[in-house]
Design a protein around this ligand. Structure first.
Ligand code: NAD
Ligand code: UGA
Length: 441
């Protein structure tokens, strides 16, 4: 099938590459000439495990190409995927300007039947706006070209994006147009392994499904984070509690890890957007508001612990920080807890030596020439002469450190672990004070 993907970011590039892998003829469009240049030169603008091989293989096979030429992209695909950003507006609602600009481009330039697929995360009712924008463009030039609008939200996780796309739990297709449903079913047929993963539903339910999924996952995390704070007060261990409740299949083990708050380009923004959608429709989502408030507070938990140990005035102190990305296996620092931790430490006069396996370039871009921030080229390099160690992201390479070395390098033998990487008694056996999240026992 001929597919155009509008927006070649995380979702667009993964979608384009994986659809090409299944034999489709894919053209990826972006308005950012720099991104397209990197891709045309054989590079990948993001860090995503396994993506470079899929892209290279399909470019070589002639099934995947990149362009900044909007007319070429509109002419190419019968299926036009919109995978542009939907960042938060000032009030937290999703900003639809990029989605609607993409829709207008399609309406302005299309001449035959198109299925316009909303892959971006968009609030309920957006398909109607996309339809209206295209219809308006067609009307302006007196065209009667036919089109359908489909909602096909994406559930991939950064760091595991290729695998998630190639082996989806479910494929949500919100559509009413029969021909569009047939085309979407055919496109996704190769992804149905043992059973049909495609759930066809009405467009509004599909749009809401995406927000409901992210809101549910964020709720689990905030709930566990609150319980972790209670566990600390009560001398209980949240990790034991996680295993105790996770064994109930109605709860399950996944996504129950307490930590120093959720970040990333999606949970924070989607939780806000759903709260706004509800408010605009006269409903208060009290549970979800609490989820957001708890997460904002949770991002400060490490700093609270540091202040309790070292006092409010941290001038002259230097902290080793392991992990800057919002989660492992990505260089993405959007809404990362590390940003809050660093800003709060700087505010109190401290300096930081940070190490992250892939996100340090991104940190340099974000923090510029911040004089209090230096970088180390290894985890142990960050430790030397630091007052304490602070762990913010659970990269695999932090999992089995040399505790003797940590003890010997730090001025104060204390580890603040925002991701509960170690068995407390093991760390303590090296003479280190171990301050993790909810491990009070
Ligand atoms: P991104 O910022 O990485 O990529 C968006 C791209 O769209 C950018 O490269 C931008 O230059 C381009 N763009 C903007 N306007 C354009 C236009 N009119 N024409 C062509 N290109 C245009 O964003 P992302 O992380 O891929 O997210 C895209 C959407 O997918 C968002 O709605 C997000 O919520 C959703 N989503 C993201 C993830 C994720 O893990 N990142 C997962 C599921 C869903
Ligand atoms: C999330 C969802 O998991 C995807 O299904 C969804 O498609 C995506 O958002 C999206 O809509 O963009 P992602 O943000 O890439 O994916 O990463 P997650 O693995 O979900 O982690 C999000 C945050 O939650 C991270 O900061 C992580 O550290 C935190 N987290 C996760 C916890 O604190 N505890 C957990 O148990 C799991």
């Amino acid at each position: 099938m001929k597919v155009s993907v509008i927006g070649t970011g995380y979702v667009g590039l993964v979608t384009g590459a994986c659809l090409a892998e299944m034999g489709n003829d894919v053209l990826c469009l972006d308005v950012d000439p720099n991104k397209i240049r990197i891709l045309e030169e054989g590079g990948i603008p993001i860090h995503e495990p396994g993506l470079d091989a899929v892209v290279a293989r399909n470019v070589k096979a002639g099934r995947l190409a990149f362009t900044t030429d909007i007319a070429r992209s509109v002419a190419h695909g019968t299926l036009q995927f919109i995978a542009v950003g939907t960042p938060p507006d000032e009030d937290g609602s999703a900003d639809l300007q990029y989605v609607l600009a993409a829709a207008r481009n399609i309406g302005r330039l299309m001449s035959d039947y198109k299925v316009v697929v909303d892959k971006s995360t968009v609030p309920v009712g957006t398909a109607d706006k996309v339809r209206a924008a295209i219809a308006d463009e067609l009307a302006q030039r007196g065209s009667d070209a036919r089109f359908a609008v489909v909602s096909n939200p994406e559930f991939l996780k950064e760091g595991a994006a290729v695998d998630d796309f190639m082996r989806p739990d479910r494929i949500i297709v919100g559509a009413e147009d029969e021909q569009a449903i047939l085309l979407m079913r055919a496109l996704y047929a190769p992804f149905n392994r043992n059973h049909d993963k495609v759930h066809v539903m009405d467009v509004r339910s599909a749009e809401l499904t995406k927000y409901a999924a992210n809101a549910m996952l964020a709720t689990r995390i905030s709930f566990m984070n609150e319980l972790a704070l209670l566990a600390e007060k009560m001398g209980a261990d949240i990790e034991q509690v996680r295993q105790g409740i996770g064994s109930d299949p109605r709860i399950g083990y996944h996504f129950l890890y307490a930590g120093c708050g959720y970040g990333g380009s999606c949970f924070p923004k989607d939780v806000k957007a759903l709260i706004q959608t509800a408010a605009q429709n006269g409903q208060q989502l009290k549970v979800l508001q609490a989820v957001e408030d708890a997460n904002d507070a949770q991002k400060l938990v490490l700093v609270d612990k540091i202040v309790r140990r070292f006092g409010e005035d941290l001038s002259g102190k230097r902290f080793a920080v392991w992990g800057l990305a919002f989660k492992p296996n990505t260089d993405d620092m959007r809404e990362a807890t590390s940003r809050v931790v660093l800003a709060e430490l700087f505010k109190r006069g401290a300096s930081v030596t940070a190490y992250d396996p892939v996100a340090m370039d991104e940190a340099r871009r974000i923090f510029g020439d911040e004089p209090r921030l230096t970088y180390a080229d290894s985890p142990s390099g960050a430790l030397d002469g630091a007052d304490a160690l602070v762990i913010v992201t659970e990269w695999k390479e932090f999992r089995s450190p040399d505790f003797e070395r940590i003890k010997a390098s730090l001025k104060t033998p204390v580890v603040f672990d925002g991701r509960n990487l170690y068995e407390p008694s093991l760390v303590q056996s090296f003479g280190l004070d171990y301050q993790a999240i909810g491990r009070g026992a």
